[in-house]
Design a protein around this ligand. Sequence first.
Ligand SMILES: Cc1cc2nc3c(=O)[nH]c(=O)nc-3n(C[C@H](O)[C@H](O)[C@H](O)COP(=O)(O)OP(=O)(O)OC[C@H]3O[C@@H](n4cnc5c(N)ncnc54)[C@H](O)[C@@H]3O)c2cc1C
Length: 299
Amino acid sequence: MSVFNRLLTASLPLVPKAIVGRVASRYVAGETLDQALAVVRKLNAQGAMATLDLLGEEVKERPPALAAVEEYLRLFAALEREKLDSNVSIKLTLLGLKIDEGFCRDNVDRIAAAAKAHGNFVRIDMEDSSCTDATLRIYREMQERHGNLGVVLQAYMRRTLADLDTLPRESPSVRICKGIYVEPREIAWKGYETVRANYLHALEKMIARGIYAAIATHDEYLACTAAAMVEKHGLPRDRYEFQMLLGVDEQLRRILLAAGHRLRVYVPYGRDWYPYSIRRLRENPEVARHVLRAMLKRG
Ligand SMILES: Cc1cc2nc3c(=O)[nH]c(=O)nc-3n(C[C@H](O)[C@H](O)[C@H](O)COP(=O)(O)OP(=O)(O)OC[C@H]3O[C@@H](n4cnc5c(N)ncnc54)[C@H](O)[C@@H]3O)c2cc1C
C-alpha cells in the first residue's frame, strides 16, 4: 500500500460519514431486507451462493440484540419462501456477547433452531481476540445441540492450529480467513507471508481432518494454492467452498466459478453499516483514489 493510501487509511475516522457511505456502498447490499434479498437473487442467477449478515456489533443493551434475532427469523422465512440459495452469518457481539454470555447463547439457540426448521445453516463470524474463547464455546454447544452451525478461524491467530483440535466431532465446518482485527504480536502472526503460510497450514489440517472448508480470501495466491490442494486431496465439490466479500474482486469470483468451484458471497446489510465499511475501506489498496473522487464529486 502506498504511503498516501496508508495516511488516508489512518485518517478514515475523520472522513465525513456521507463520503464513507458513498465509497463503501459497493460492500453493503443496502439497509433493508428486501435490498439484501435482491442482491442474493442476482448472485444466485450468476451461479454464486450467499451468506447474509445483518450489520451491527458490540451492542450494550438487550433490545437491539433481541431485534437482531427477530430479523434473522424473518430472514430464514424469506429465504425459504423465495427459494434463495443463502445461509446466514452472525456476529456474537450483536447478539449480546458483551452483555452476558448466557443471554447471547440463548439468542444463538433461537436463531439456530429457526435455521433448522427452515433447512438452513448459521455461520458464526469470528470477532476480535476478546471473543475467541466464548465464540468457540458457544459454537461447540450449539453445534452439538442443532448440528447446523459453522465457525470462523483466523490465520493470523497463533492459536488457530490448536483450535482446530477442539471442534465438535459432528460435521465441523470452518471458514478460514486471514483475520481483520488489529491484534498484538503476543498472540498473532504479523508478517504477510507468515499469515499466508499459517492459512495454508490450517487449510491442510482441515482437509486432513475431514472438516468442511470454507476458503475465504481474495488473495489470488491463496485461492490458487487452495484450489491445487483441493485437487491433490481429491476433495469432493460438496466438501468445500470458496467465499468472498460483496464488492471485492468480482473477476476472481468469476474465475473460481468458471473453474467449477462452489463460491459463496458474504452479503452484509442493515442500517449499522459504518464500522464494517471502515474495515473494508482499510483493506482496499485504492482507498485514497476512491475517497478523493467522492470528495471532489461532492464539491
Ligand atoms: C467471506 C469472508 C468472510 C470473512 N469473515 C471474517 C470473520 O469472521 N472474521 C475476520 O476476522 N475476518 C473475516 N474476513 C476478512 C478476512 O479476515 C480478511 O481481512 C480479508 O478477507 C482480506 O484478506 P484476503 O485473504 O482477501 O487477503 P488480502 O491480502 O487482504 O487481499 C488480497 C487482495 O484482495 C483485494 N482486496 C481485499 N480486500 C479488499 C477490499 N476491501 N476492497 C478492495 N480490494 C480488496 C486486494 O487487491 C488485495 O490485494 C472475511 C473475509 C471473507 C472473504
